[in-house]
Design a protein around this ligand. Structure first.
Ligand SMILES: Cc1cc2nc3c(=O)[nH]c(=O)nc-3n(C[C@H](O)[C@H](O)[C@H](O)COP(=O)(O)OP(=O)(O)OC[C@H]3O[C@@H](n4cnc5c(N)ncnc54)[C@H](O)[C@@H]3O)c2cc1C
Ligand SMILES: NC(=O)c1ccc[n+]([C@@H]2O[C@H](COP(=O)([O-])OP(=O)(O)OC[C@H]3O[C@@H](n4cnc5c(N)ncnc54)[C@H](OP(=O)(O)O)[C@@H]3O)[C@@H](O)[C@H]2O)c1
Length: 505
């Protein structure tokens, strides 16, 4: 019998899931609410480029074309590359465009078979031989609602799209009293490039947030307006925002660097080694931090982060600042203001300790997304929604960052972040389809929950991410799949060269 796999989302994760489903002989049905593939790469700010070098952000069986010779391709180049991948593997025929999944519901089926009673995920067969998922979708062009049954669901909804995080305010302190315009970075990115340029030209723009979207938008505004109308950034937390000429992230991406840190579930010898090497870890950390602080004069501009660079790597929060960002701070076309809270005034934005407002014509929230809410809300069952709630550090707790032990016949791909999200989504899809093919079995529910709590306690800092432990994480997936986790030739390469997608090809 042909098994139907419902894949929700046709961004990079959904396309990968579709490709691996086809390779294993399943029947994938991809639902995509947009009219095209590519997810976040469909439309971005004009200046958006990959933050990850392209050799890390590539499909293991479909390298970048030789015509793309830059290290950090532009949005258009990424979009074209993703399109070529989908065409090459003939994925487009399996996608229903303009089709939004409204909700999904698990139907256990006629038997009493309960995945929790027998203590294994999905029952004896990971594909589940009793239950089905009921997927309710809507054609956004005709408004027709359709209900379909599938044997397995893969949620590839994306964490950084669709549901913006909008700050909330007490009555009379919010945007309703502001005479200018307020928008989220998502709306700004969606604008046609020329319209975006016209919108900020000659305006006093205030950007809320101090991570990638905020830096990129502030850069665009300061390029348009110079020191005459400086762009103000409101920063709640200083981050390790570094320029591409600082190569320090790379030294955290090889196997040797992982020997210096305590890893979830490590053997006593590795634990001892990490403790023994902790002075070296500390020394490297301090060296890297002081180099960044010096190069970007972080002390002078009052932007020294309180958390360590290693914590930033572990939470995928090291941001590549656009070229010229710190120069524009120095020149005064970008003004940095720190404040834990802010509110509105009719003429602009008030910071917690300020007397007058920062006068503004346009306020752009670069405040991120509520990807965890999007993930939860797709379930009709409040029980399943609760399972994915987790704690502050651990939104959407997932075994191997892919499945929830108490939600059968379902996987989530692309939620927990990594240094390269394409690379990580690919190896997760590969792992998932080996599991569905019966190549390996999962531990029982309690063992998976114990494992998740070990990972959560020893790894995450603020948000789920496999940042500085991606090789260790991939090792676990390789072991599950029966592959040798050591993928390189020779000891030097194994310990000192960074691991990338081609190592797992
Ligand atoms: C501007 C930007 C730049 C980035 N740059 C990098 C980078 O340099 N390096 C890196 O590693 N990561 C980067 N990221 C992270 C990025 O999210 C990943 O690289 C990756 O593209 C995510 O792919 P995805 O398929 O998981 O999610 P998305 O690209 O968000 O795709 C999700 C898809 O699901 C669809 N969808 C959602 N809900 C539904 C529904 N209910 N029904 C039907 N369809 C639905 C959406 O329409 C969308 O097409 C960046 C993110 C952004 C926003
Ligand atoms: N490749 C690229 O060029 C590119 C471009 C854009 C985005 N991206 C990626 O897309 C993802 C999302 O990035 P993002 O920058 O949009 O979002 P983000 O990483 O979630 O950052 C949100 C920012 O907004 C701040 N913030 C949130 N709520 C706030 C509030 N109520 N008041 C004040 N500040 C608030 C946060 O502060 P705290 O730190 O205090 O929480 C943080 O600085 C990231 O993975 C990023 O790397 C990549």
């Amino acid at each position: 019998m042909e098994r139907k796999v419902g894949i929700i989302g046709a961004g990079i994760s959904g396309l990968l899931a579709c490709k691996y489903a086809l390779a294993k002989g399943y029947h994938p049905l991809v639902f995509e609410s947009r009219n095209t593939i590519g997810g976040v790469w469909t439309k971005t700010l004009e200046t958006t480029k990959l933050q990850t070098p392209k050799s890390f952000f590539q499909f293991s069986d479909f390298p970048w074309p030789s015509s793309v010779n830059t290290l950090y391709p532009s949005q258009i180049q990424v979009f074209d590359y993703v399109q070529s991948y989908a065409k090459h593997f003939d994925l487009l025929n399996h996608i229903r465009f303009n089709t939004k999944v409204l909700n999904i519901k698990y139907d256990k089926g006629p038997s009493n078979h309960d995945h929790e009673e027998n203590q294994s995920w999905g029952g004896d067969d990971p594909f589940g031989n009793k239950g089905k998922w009921i997927v309710t979708s809507q054609d956004l062009l005709t408004q027709t609602v359709e209900v379909l049954q599938v044997d397995f669901v893969i949620l590839c909804l994306g964490r950084f799209s669709d549901v913006p995080n909008i700050p909330e305010f007490p009555i009379d302190q919010g945007p309703e009293i502001f005479e200018g315009k307020v928008m989220h970075s998502m709306e700004y990115s969606d604008l046609d490039n020329e319209k975006a340029r016209d919108l900020v030209k000659g305006k006093r723009v205030t950007v809320v947030g101090y991570r990638k979207s905020a830096l990129d938008i502030a850069m665009e505004c300061s390029t348009a307006n110079g020191v005459k109308n400086p762009c103000t950034i409101i920063c709640r937390t200083p981050h390790w925002n570094i320029s591409q000429s600082i190569p320090w992230a790379n030294i955290y991406l090889n196997r040797f660097s992982e020997l210096l840190i305590h890893k979830p579930g490590e053997a006593p010898l590795l634990n001892f080694l990490a403790s023994l090497l902790s002075p070296l870890r500390w020394g490297i950390g301090k060296f890297v931090e002081s180099d960044i602080k010096k190069k970007h004069s972080l002390k002078k501009i009052g932007m020294v982060p309180e958390h360590s660079f290693l914590q930033a790597m572990n939470s995928c929060s090291v941001v590549t600042a656009p070229v010229g960002f710190y120069d524009n701070v120095e020149k005064g076309s970008i003004m940095l203001k720190r404040s834990q809270t802010f509110s509105f005034h009719k003429e602009g934005v008030l910071l917690r300790d300020s007397i007058g407002p920062i006068k503004s014509d346009l306020v752009i929230y670069a405040t991120g997304f509520e990807g965890d809410k999007k993930l939860r809300d797709i379930f009709l069952s409040s029980e399943f929604q609760k399972y994915l709630t987790g704690s502050f550090n651990d939104t959407a707790p997932l075994f191997r960052e892919c499945i929830h032990p108490r939600i059968p016949q379902l996987a989530v791909i692309g939620f927990s972040e990594a240094f390269s999200n394409l690379f990580t989504s690919e190896i997760r899809c590969r792992w998932l389809f080996e599991l569905l093919d019966g190549k390996f079995k999962l531990p029982n529910i309690q063992e998976m929950e114990k494992d998740m709590s070990v990972w959560n306690n020893s790894m995450y800092y603020r948000r789920p991410c496999i940042g500085a432990m991606h090789i260790w994480y991939n090792d676990q997936l390789c072991k599950d799949m029966g592959l040798n986790p050591k993928r390189k030739n020779g000891i030097w390469a194994e310990y000192f060269e960074p691991y990338g997608p081609m190592d797992y090809a």
